[in-house]
Write a protein that binds this ligand. Structure first.
Ligand code: URA
Length: 445
C-alpha cells in the first residue's frame, strides 16, 4: 500500500465480530486481580470498545485496573497493535527518501518541532509530522502554527504526500482515521484519572506514531515539574517501553530523556513561540532550544542513515528555506507579522539574587490562564497570549528587574496568571543543575 492511495484499512463493522466471545466484566476481573490478559482477550476488548460493545464505564474500570496492575511485556505490544488495527496505517515507502518523525511527551515552551522538521528535511530526510492541539498547560504544535496568518492544519493524504515530495516536511493535523480506539480511550482516560498510566501512555503514543507510517522515530520524553513524568525513573520506564514497541513494529526508535523543570527557551504561548522558532531558524535563538533541536535532529538523521551536520544547516539558512516553503505550502505567509496580544504586564524580581527556580508548571499554567491554552478541546486559543521570560534559573537578577512579561487580550486574566506564578519563582536557594539531556534509551549509533 502506498501513500498515493494512503492505506485505509478502516474499522471493520460489527458484522464480522463475535461480540459474545468474551465478557467485559470477566476481563476487568482478570486485570483487577493482577493476572495477565491473553492476546485474544486484548484484541477483543479493544475492538469491542471501539465498536461500542464494551461500554465507557467498563473501559473506565479496565483503565483503572491497568493503572494499578500494569500491562506486561507480552500484553503491551498486543494492546498497541490492537489499537493500530482499529484504523488506517499510512505508508511512505514509495517516497524514495527515508522518513523520520519526532514526538515530545509535552512540555512548557517546547516549540522544537517547528525548527526541527524543516531542519531535518533540509538534511535529506522527509518528516511527516502529524500533530495535535494543546489541552491544559502544554501548548499544541498546531495551535502555534495557526498563529501564522493563513496557515492551514488540515491536509488530505494526497496533499501530505505531495508536500513531502516537494518540500520534504509536513506538520499537519492527524486525521480521525489513525488509531480511532486511542481517540476514544484517551478522552475517557482524561475524565477518569487514568492518563498517568505508563502502559496506557506508551500504547496511546506509539499506536498513533506506528500507524503514521514513519520509518524512524525519536521520542523526547520530558521529565520534571512541567511534564507528565515528574520522576526520572518513570520517564526512563516510559521511554524503554515506547522504544521496544517501536522497534517490535519495525520503526527504528530512540528516546531522549530531557529536563522540563523550567520552560524551554524564553517564550510560552503560540505566536511568541513561533517568533522564537524563527529566531532559531535564522541562526540565533536561546541556547537550550538550539541544543535540543540539534540533538534531536542528529538522532533522526542517524536513524535514517544520513550523515549530515544539522548545526551547519541551521547556520547556513537551508533550514530556514525549507521552513518558508513549508509554511507557504499550507497557505501561510512566512513574512506576515505575527499576532500580538493587546495587553502586557511585567512580573518584577522582588529582591536581588540568583534566580533559583522558574517552575515550568507555574509558567505553563500562567500562559494557559492568559489565553494561550484551552480547558476543553473545543475552546479557542488566543494567538498572542503567553509568557515571555527575561531571566532563567542561574541568572543573577536585581530587585525591580522584569523577570517575565505576561501577554493577553483579556487583562482580567492577569491576576489569575500571577497567582499561578506566585510559588513558581524563587530567588536564592541552591543553584540549578542546568542539565538538558538526562539520558538516551535505544539502539547505539
Ligand atoms: N499523549 C498521548 O497521545 N497519549 C497519552 O496517553 C499521553 C500523551
Amino acid at each position: 500500500m502506498s501513500v498515493d492511495t494512503i492505506g485505509s484499512r478502516s474499522t471493520a463493522g460489527p458484522g464480522d465480530f463475535d461480540s459474545h466471545r468474551f465478557d467485559a466484566v470477566q476481563l476487568i476481573r482478570i486485570k483487577r486481580d493482577g493476572r495477565r490478559l491473553s492476546a485474544e482477550q486484548i484484541r477483543w476488548l479493544i475492538r469491542a470498545y471501539t465498536l461500542g460493545i464494551v461500554a465507557d464505564e467498563q473501559m473506565s474500570a479496565m483503565a483503572m485496573a491497568v493503572y494499578f496492575r500494569g500491562l506486561d511485556d507480552t500484553e503491551l505490544p498486543v494492546w498497541t497493535q490492537a489499537m493500530i488495527d482499529t484504523g488506517e496505517r499510512l505508508d511512505f515507502s514509495r517516497l524514495g527518501r527515508p522518513t523520520s518523525d519526532k514526538h515530545s511527551t509535552g512540555g512548557v515552551g517546547d516549540k522544537v518541532t517547528l525548527p526541527l522538521a524543516p531542519l531535518v528535511a533540509a538534511c535529506g530526510v522527509a518528516v511527516p509530522q502529524l500533530s495535535g492541539r494543546g489541552l491544559g498547560h502544554t501548548g499544541g504544535t498546531l495551535d502555534k502554527l495557526e498563529s501564522i496568518p493563513g496557515w492551514q492544519a488540515g491536509l488530505s493524504n494526497e496533499q501530505m504526500m505531495s508536500q513531502l515530495r516537494d518540500v520534504g516536511a509536513v506538520i499537519c493535523a492527524a486525521g480521525s482515521g489513525l488509531a480511532p480506539a486511542d481517540r476514544k480511550l484517551y478522552a475517557l482516560r482524561d475524565v477518569t484519572g487514568t492518563v498517568e498510566a505508563i502502559p496506557l501512555i506508551a500504547s496511546s503514543i506509539m499506536s498513533k506514531k506506528i500507524a503514521e507510517g514513519t520509518s524512524s522515530l525519536v521520542l523526547d520524553v520530558k521529565v520534571g515539574s512541567g511534564a507528565f513524568m515528574t520522576r526520572e525513573d518513570d520517564a526512563r520506564e516510559l521511554a524503554r517501553r515506547m522504544v521496544e514497541l517501536g522497534e517490535a513494529a519495525g520503526v527504528r526508535t530512540v528516546a531522549l530523556l530531557t529536563a522540563m523543570d523550567t520552560p524551554l527557551g524564553l517564550t510560552a504561548g503560540n505566536a511568541l513561540e513561533v517568533r522564537e522558532a524563527v529566531e532559531v531558524l535564522a541562526g540565533g535563538g536561546p541556547a537550550d532550544v538550539v541544543a535540543l533541536t540539534v540533538a534531536l535532529a542528529r538522532e533522526m538523521l542517524a536513524l535514517s542513515g544520513v550523515d549530515a551536520d544539522p548545526a551547519k544547516a541551521l547556520r547556513d539558512g537551508r533550514a530556514m528555506d525549507v521552513w518558508r516553503r513549508m509554511i507557504r505550502a499550507q497557505g501561510g505567509d512566512p513574512d506576515a507579522p505575527l499576532p500580538a496580544a493587546r495587553h502586557q504586564q511585567q512580573v518584577l524580581a522582588p529582591t536581588d539574587g540568583v534566580l533559583g527556580r522558574l517552575d515550568a508548571m507555574a509558567v505553563g499554567l500562567a500562559a494557559w490562564r492568559l489565553g494561550a491554552g484551552r480547558a476543553r478541546k473545543e475552546d479557542p486559543v488566543q494567538a498572542g497570549a503567553g509568557v515571555e521570560i527575561h531571566a532563567k534559573p542561574g541568572d543573577t537578577v536585581r530587585a525591580g528587574q522584569p523577570l517575565l512579561t505576561l501577554h493577553t487580550d483579556t487583562p482580567e486574566a492577569f491576576d489569575r496568571a500571577s497567582e499561578a506564578l506566585a510559588d513558581g519563582i524563587e530567588i536564592g536557594g541552591p543553584a540549578p543543575a542546568g542539565r538538558l539531556i538526562l539520558d538516551r534509551v535505544g539502539r547505539a549509533h
